[in-house]
Design a protein around this ligand. Structure first.
Ligand code: MSP
Length: 475
């Protein structure tokens, strides 16, 4: 029996098409999913859309669209992007799906009620419609949303509350002991500091009259579930919670939730508290990555500094975009992306670097070796394995390009194309080594640049030089 590995991407708001910041998140998930598969695990990779958010309905209205058609069109655009980026997801969950998602959301709500953790209260608070979250006065920056810098809405409502505060201490213990892993350490410390200050109970529903879309609260149709309560539950409903016990048993708990650092609090405090309340196992790891910046700020629709991933894919190809995201954006910190930076990386590291190496090695081997080389099993270096297992994709990609640099140097130092003419045996030996090492590069590229990986491995196995350069230089 294969070990299982369940990985989730955040489910994105379909209020607009995805930009490169979102493409980054899903690419990180995909690289991890492919790596785990390559390491022999049975992988389940969840993607999806968070459709019951107030801002999603507003975007549809503003565009003058019927909400269902709008959701259909945008989620189709998400899937189109994933296909073009070679994202190997297994399921795309939509939170408007009454068969797949709603039974799980309702079942979990009932568990929270049974635990005595849901309580009706009158509440007045400050709501950010961009974050879809309440803030307290002390969290504001100059009276505005700390993330979006916008004025908040003053809401006074009757809501159901989730008794989050109750779970402060136990969460702290589970994070500190490493039973529930938050990566990287900087984010773990951030969440521990929040726990140290104490968690406040959260409003977990909204009146249906102010938020018409959403999952009705069981037993009270005048209220719909708070969108984050609904959205987080999709990680379980997708794998059968509330409708397919066997599937749920097989996949839950998640092995990793990959998220951006802005939504860490939801995943490392609210979500595990909900699970503890329901008596369900916690996810093993929550990994928070940094932001893709553009013009020095987080790339986002509200700032207006977005880059369209499709434009980059059309120009440079999916693997080049994946390369940039995985190698040039540090895995646990912020990094910058602009069109020109992608182009420079493409020309430097892919056309001149990798592409050129593939041509050089295979031109020599096709000419001088009478048969293809025979790669051994398990040639991936330990340092690469270790980096991938730590989800440090950026480090792993650096290891591949260090190797590419070493192979270039080996060719330069030994000049095998000249050596074969004076000492055939010695020249062929070096060419064989180079072809085998190129195959290992191809193997390491599997999770990072799947198409390029496949091409390199096929060429080495056929002992053929590429008919055209793998990456054509762009001027
Ligand atoms: N719908 C919620 C997630 C619910 S998960 C149960 C949400 N959606 S989102 O569409 O706003 O963003 C989803 C993810 O995209 C977040 O992890 C966020 O960090 C990530 N990113 C959005 N812009 C980004 C960058 N500029 N850079 C990196 N990640 C970015 O939040």
């Amino acid at each position: 029996m294969k070990e299982k590995f369940y990985i989730t991407s955040p489910i994105f708001y379909p209020n607009a098409v995805l930009h490169v910041g979102h493409a980054y998140t899903i690419t990180v998930c995909d690289a991890i999913a492919r790596w785990q598969k390559l390491s022999g695990k049975e992988v389940y990779f969840l993607a999806g859309a968070d459709e019951n958010a107030g801002k999603v309905a507003k975007a549809a209205e503003a565009a003058g669209n019927d909400i269902e058609e709008h959701l259909e069109a945008i989620t189709d655009a998400f899937k189109d992007l994933y296909a073009k980026l070679d994202i190997s997801y297994d399921q795309f969950i939509r939170t408007t799906d009454k068969e797949v998602h709603w039974p799980g959301a309702i079942a979990l709500w009932q568990k929270l009620v049974e635990a005595g953790d849901i309580e009706k209260r009158t509440y007045s608070g400050l709501y950010c419609p961009q974050c879809e979250a309440f803030y307290t006065e002390k969290e504001l920056i100059e009276g505005k949303c700390p993330l979006h810098g916008i004025e908040l809405q003053k809401l006074e409502e009757e809501n159901y509350f989730f008794k989050l505060s109750k779970y402060t201490q136990i969460l702290k213990e589970k994070i500190e002991s490493g039973e529930f892993v938050v990566l990287p350490d900087t984010r773990k410390n951030e969440i521990l500091a929040q726990l140290e200050r104490g968690l406040e109970d959260v409003s977990f529903s909204r009146p249906v009259k102010s938020v018409p879309h959403g999952i009705p609260v069981p037993g009270d149709p005048s209220q719909v579930m708070y969108v984050w309560c609904d959205a987080l539950t999709s990680y379980m409903s997708a794998v059968g919670y509330g409708r397919d016990e066997e599937m749920f048993e097989k996949w839950w708990p998640a092995d990793i939730h990959v998220v951006g650092k802005d939504i860490l609090r939801f995943h490392a405090a609210i979500w595990p508290a909900m699970l503890l309340s329901a008596g369900l196992p916690l996810p093993k790891v929550v990994m928070a990555h940094g932001f893709v910046l553009s013009g020095g700020q987080k790339m986002s629709k509200s700032v207006g500094n977005t880059v369209d991933p499709l434009e980059l894919i059309n120009e440079f190809g999916a693997d080049a975009v994946r390369y940039y995201l995985l190698r040039k954006i540090p895995s646990f910190e912020d990094g910058t992306l602009t069109y020109d930076l992608v182009k420079d990386a493409y020309n430097g590291d892919l056309a001149n670097g990798l592409g050129n190496l593939v041509s050089r090695v295979l031109t020599m081997s096709e000419k001088n070796l009478s048969a293809p080389v025979m790669p051994e099993a398990n040639t991936i270096p330990e340092a690469f394995i270790e980096a991938m297992n730590r989800f440090d994709l950026n480090r792993a990609a650096n290891i591949v390009w260090e190797r590419i640099g070493e192979l270039d140097k080996k060719i330069q130092d030994t000049e095998p194309f000249k050596l074969v003419k004076v000492d055939e045996e010695a020249g062929k030996k070096i060419i064989t080594e180079l072809a085998l090492e190129l195959y290992t590069v191809g193997r390491m590229l599997n999770p990072l640049m799947p198409d390029t990986s496949k091409k390199i491995k096929q060429l080495v196995k056929a002992n053929k030089k590429p008919e055209a350069p793998l990456f054509l230089r762009k001027d």
